[in-house]
Each structure stands twice: as C-alpha cells, then as structure tokens.
Design a protein around this ligand. Structure first.
Ligand SMILES: [Zn+2]
Length: 699
C-alpha cells in the first residue's frame, strides 16, 4: 500500500530548513535550486497538500453565502506551498530525471491525483462553486472573472463533482491508477530509450554524419564507460535526424528499428499500460456522461466536438496521402537507381538527396551557419526585440538546476523587468526527449508573481571547446519553444488559473507555431545565419532555396503527423468495456481504417512511445490533433503578418496585447479574430502544406 493512504498519521509541519517552507527569496522567486535535494520534496508535498485541504475546509465551513470572493478567489489563493513544490518537482523530473526523481514521480503522481480529487470531488465545495456559477452573470463580475468562474465550474464537472458518491469514488480510483500508469509509462520509455541507444564499433559506421556528430557519439560512449566506441542516442519521434545522412544502410536499419520498437517489449513494455490507460479513460468518460474520452476532451477545447475535429482532419487525409504517394514514387526511382528497394530506413536519406539535388538545400550541411548563441541573440532575441521591444540581460549571478542552463532577465523597452528566461538546450540522459516550455513561476496579479519560464531542447551536447551547431529543424524548434515563452512572459492576467499558457490545448500551440515564421524571415535569417568560422553570411540563393524547398517533404510531414493524430483519436474513441487484446494490431488497424497506413512511413509516434498522450504531465490525450488545429490559426496569422509589413513593433504590439497577454481570460478564438480580423480559415494551411484543392492548382 502506498504511503499516502497507508492510514499512518502524516506529519505536516515542514521544518524551516526545507527550501520549500517559505517562498523563495531569490529574484523573481526563482526556486533555490542549489538548496533543493530529493529528500525535500515528499515532506513539502505532504505539508502543502495538508495546507491546501485545510484552506478548502475553511472555504466550505464559511457560514456566509457563496460569493466569487469567498469561494472562487479563495480557491485561487489556496495551495501556494503545494504549487511551489510541485512546479519545481515536475519540471526537474522532466529535465533532470535521475533514477531517484523518477521513482519519486511514480509515487507523487498518484498521490497528487488523489489530492486533486479530494478537492474536485468534494460535494460541499462543488455546491458553492455551482452557486457562484449560476449567479455569475448577475453578480457584477467582469468578463475575466466570469471566465474564471466558468473555468472552475468546468474543472469540477469534468472531474465528476456532480456525480453520486459511488461514481465519485470510482473516478478517484481511476484517476489514481491512470496517474500511476502514466508515470510508469514515462519511466519505462526513458529507460528503454537509453538502453536502445545504438552502440557502434567504428567511426566508419557513421559515414555521412558531421565530424562533431561523430565526436559527440564518441563522447557519449566514453560517458557510458565504452571508450573507443560510438553511441547514437534516440530522439523522441519515430524519425531520427541521423537517418537523413548516414550512408551505411545497415546502421540506418538498426537505428530505425531501435526507434520504432522502443518500449514495445520486455521489462519496459508500454503496450499493456497504453491498453489499460485507454480503457480506464473510456470508463471515466462514460461515468461523466460522454460517449468516449475523445468526446470529453473535445468538449473542453476550442474544437468543442469530435465532429469538428473530424471535419478538419477530413480535409487533410486524402490530399496528404496523395502527396505522400507522389514523394514515394520519386524516392523509389532514386533508390532503384542505386540498386535497392526503398525501405522505411531509406526514406529520410533519399528525401534529403532530393532536397540537396533539386533545391540545393542540405539541412545538415547548413549547420556551420547556425551556431546556437548567434541563433539565439541575433535570431530569436532579435526577432522579439523587433516585434515587442524587449531585451535580454544575462543573469550570471543566478544559478539554475544544471550547469548547462542559462538565465536571462527579460526587460521591457523602458528597462523595467518582465521576468526570467531559462535556456536548457542540450540533451542529457536524465532529460525527457522532445522540446518544451514550462514555467517555474506563472504570472498573475493576484499574488504579484512575475513569470519564470524555461525552454528545454535536446540539441546534442558539443564536445569540449566546440561550438553548438544546429540543424535547420533545431533552429525552427528554438523559435517554436520561444513562442511559448513569449506567451508565458507577456501574460497580464489577475488570476493564476486562467493566466499564462492556461488556454485550451488546441490553442496553446498557436503562438509558438506563429513564432517559427521569423526563423526564415529574410532580414532576420540574414542576421543570424553567419558561418561560425568564416563569418560569411548564408547566401541569398540558399535562403531562397530553403523557402522553395519547404513544399518538398510535406507529404511525409503531414502523413506522419496525421498518423499520430488518428492513432491518438483511435485509442480514445474506445467505448467503456471495449477490450483491446493486442496493442500493435490495434494500432495497425486504426491507421488502416483512418486511411493513413503506410508501409514506409509509420506515425510520428507509435503507441509505446507516444508520450504526449500516455504520460500524465503533457496531457495531450485525444488532443494530439491540437498541433494541426493550431496550425490552421498559425498559417492564417502568418498571412496576416505578411500582409501587414512583417516584424514591426505595431504588429508585435497588436499580437501581444490582444492575444499573448490575455491567457485564458477571454475566448481564445475571439482573441485570434480580434488580431486577424476574420474567423479561422483552413485555406492558408492547405496551401502551405501543398494540399490545395485541384481547382486552385490549375488556376
Ligand atoms: Zn509547442
């Protein structure tokens, strides 16, 4: 039996020397990382949970009639200690997940789920929230306050607060079990990814890779106690970056096979966990009155219904697969000329050859022009300066949680402070795959908190004394994650629950995708794309070529992305009680049925490493469609910026004030429309991905 419900009295007084006992005294309430040790989390969690339960009990016991202030604002004010400890904990479990931290995460995740349920499934508390909600339009509340009440009411009803005691109890059990399974899923994946790293005997096997990739593979081997060998670690999605450049076909095959079989067998098999998680989610959805988990999720998003999601996807599947078939034909011809039949591990290699020979673009060969510091300062930060007038001051006096993490203070045009930006760019074994933004502190006026935002990427660590050189994809990722950062930094909202990036998940990717546009904006690209040794700028012919090459590979990109979207939907459109016997077969059938099955192009994530939907923290279950949904808004907004003069202060100001600053305090689609001037239109996205309807193609 786990410790939190073992019936033992829990000591909830936190010793003063626990670094979470008091708010951080560091600038911007940056957590005191140097003082935090693993053993501090559990007692701080226990004390924080007890503190919040006492605060909630006081709200419930208030003899006064329920009001916005004595109920909803009081809830907003509760749980400060718990927020402090869990924000630090979940951030560091993702970015520096040592074995001890991962083991603790497997305990704390279900404990936290139980704690949330204790609040959200409290009938007396819900009765008060429900009363405030019923009177919200006659209580003199401003629109943001109404939005907050509606948010809380949804949080409670989606958690099952309105159910009878038996229903609430079953939901409690389900939530705890899901939290435990998700934590196990994450930890299996992290361990299996590490174990499946490719170990090579000679540098010849890495022929085609850049010299510093070879050097970092040698360093990775050294670090694992394998001197003289070469270790290639796996990134999160199916497609591994090195597949496009390695000339040794057998190494490509091994790399691909290691990638697609991650966590799908043996002690770290995630398939049974995915089956159980999906089954429990279906059961919970039925209890809550929804047909499926996907219906439940859509109800809480800007999409509203699964029909709306399907309608968007329906416009993409057929043209994307036709596009994929065209690309496949071209690649097969090239491969046959080399005397081979195209296999999945050859796709990226030949696709890169087309990009190189037809468009003269070689994403890997461009690396000497993309030196991390220059991309940051003269690219990412420069674009933000042009649009928003902000600047970045290094704060070497502040220490983050790992020596590789850098800290900047972000300043307004008038020199006043906005918050802190932490950059954690390099891969390490203790970091989850992928790239993300989170906050250590979220902005809000209720407590006067200013934002502390972190970006995590997985750029291979350069060897000692060498510069970090990025691929074109990594440059785009850096701009993308920084788009989330701007959303966090510019938040100007009173209440924490609706501040910052607390917006529907099918909206949250929109600002980050928009920010990617500045990576290839000519005047910005010219500034940061400077050869790190010769100082030569990237020729304008190369810049043009990158632009014209963006349509190549859209068949692959759209198909692998749709594969993941539809796989996620399939898992979460199961009805309660529907049994899945074999996860791999379920996956294959789902892709076939959705019309996106391809022998050569598997989905961007397969079930056993689909961390977005089967790991608790990210919470993209039935929501992976969000990336495409947001991209509709993104492509439309990119057209708006282009039509209005690009990265000007005026455009930046409009985007910041009307959209980035408002968080979840207003209708997100309304915020979009107030900037762009019309309802979302899918045409710009279809055009960008080369999926225009045929009648347009002939005009
Ligand atoms: Zn993102």
């Amino acid at each position: 039996m786990p410790w939190w419900n073992a019936g033992m009295p829990v000591d909830t007084t936190l010793p003063a020397d626990n670094p979470f006992a008091a708010p951080s005294s560091l600038p911007f309430a940056l957590p005191p990382f140097a003082d935090i040790a693993v053993e501090h989390y559990r007692p701080a969690f226990e004390a924080g949970a007890a503190e919040q339960l006492a605060e909630v009990a006081a709200i419930v016991a208030d003899p006064a009639e329920p009001t916005f202030d004595n109920t909803v604002v009081a809830l907003e004010r509760s749980g400060r200690l718990l927020t402090r400890v869990l924000t630090a904990f979940f951030n560091l479990a993702s970015s520096d997940g040592t074995a001890e931290m991962l083991a603790l995460e497997e305990e704390l995740s279900p404990a936290y789920a139980a704690h949330r349920d204790a609040i959200l499934l409290d009938p007396a508390l819900f009765a008060r929230v429900d009363a405030v909600h019923s009177a919200r339009l006659e209580s003199g509340l401003d629109p943001a306050q109404v939005a907050l009440v509606e948010r809380y009411h949804k949080d409670f009803t989606l958690a099952g607060a309105h159910l009878d005691e038996a229903g609430r109890e079953r939901l409690r059990q389900i939530n705890q079990r899901i939290a435990a399974l998700c934590a196990r899923f994450t930890s299996n994946l992290l361990k299996d990814t590490e174990e499946r790293a490719l170990v090579l005997d000679t540098s010849d096997q890495l022929a085609g890779a850049s010299p510093d990739t070879v050097a970092s593979a040698a360093a990775a081997a050294e670090a694992r106690g394998l001197p003289g060998k070469y270790v290639v670690t796996l990134g999160l999605p199916t497609n591994q970056p090195l597949l496009s450049s390695l000339t040794d076909r057998d190494v490509r095959r091994r790399l691909f096979e290691a990638s697609v079989s991650r966590a799908s067998a043996g002690v770290h098999d995630n398939a049974p966990l995915a089956v159980e998680i999906a089954g429990l989610r279906a059961e919970a959805a039925e209890l809550l009155g929804f047909g499926t988990h996907a219906d439940q999720v859509a109800a809480n998003q800007t999409a509203g219904t699964t029909e709306a999601v399907d309608a968007m996807l329906a416009q993409l599947v057929e043209p994307a697969m036709a596009n994929l078939a065209r690309e496949q034909g071209e690649l097969e011809t090239l491969a046959r000329a080399d005397g081979i039949e195209l296999e999945p591990w050859d796709w990226a290699f030949y696709s890169e050859r087309v990009a190189r020979e037809r468009y003269h673009v070689d994403g890997t060969a461009l690396r000497p022009w993309f030196e991390l510091d220059r991309v940051l300062h003269d690219g990412v930060f420069h674009a933000a300066r042009l649009l928003y007038g902000i600047s970045f001051r290094p704060r070497e006096d502040l220490t983050a949680y790992h020596p590789d993490v850098r800290v900047w203070e972000v300043l307004e045009e008038d020199g006043s402070s906005i918050g802190l930006y932490l950059g954690d760019y390099f891969a390490r074994d203790t970091k989850r795959g992928g790239a993300w933004m989170t906050c250590f502190v979220e902005q809000n006026h209720l407590f006067g908190d200013r934002p502390v935002v972190v970006n995590c990427l997985n750029i291979p660590h350069p060897s000692a004394g060498q510069p970090a050189l990025l691929t074109l994809d990594e440059v785009r990722t850096l701009f993308h994650e920084f788009g989330h950062t701007l959303h966090g930094l510019f938040s100007d909202v009173t209440y924490p629950r609706i501040a910052s990036t607390n917006v529907p998940r099918d909206f949250v990717e929109f600002p980050s995708q928009v920010n990617e546009m500045w990576a290839l904006w000519p005047s910005i690209l010219e500034r940061f794309a400077i050869h790190h040794q010769t100082g030569e700028p990237l020729g304008s012919d190369v810049v043009d070529a990158i632009e014209s090459a963006t349509l190549w590979g859209q068949g692959f990109g759209t198909a692998e992305s749709l594969g993941a979207v539809l796989l996620d939907q399939a898992w979460h459109r199961l009805r309660a009680g529907e049994q899945v016997a074999d996860a791999a077969r379920f996956e294959a059938r789902a892709l076939e049925k959705a019309g996106v099955a391809s022998r050569l192009v598997p989905p961007r994530y397969r079930t056993s490493y689909f961390q977005h939907v089967f790991s608790g923290n990210d919470g993209y279950s039935a929501g992976y469609y969000s990336y495409l949904w947001s991209e509709v808004l993104d492509a439309d907004t990119v057209d708006w910026f282009r039509a209005h003069g690009g990265p000007t202060r005026e455009n930046g100001e409009a985007f910041r004030r009307k959209l980035l600053a408002v968080g979840g305090s207003t209708d997100p689609v309304g915020a979009f429309e107030s900037v762009v001037g019309h309802a979302p239109d899918i045409a710009p996205l279809l055009h960008r991905r080369g999926l225009d309807p045929p009648e347009d193609a002939t005009s």
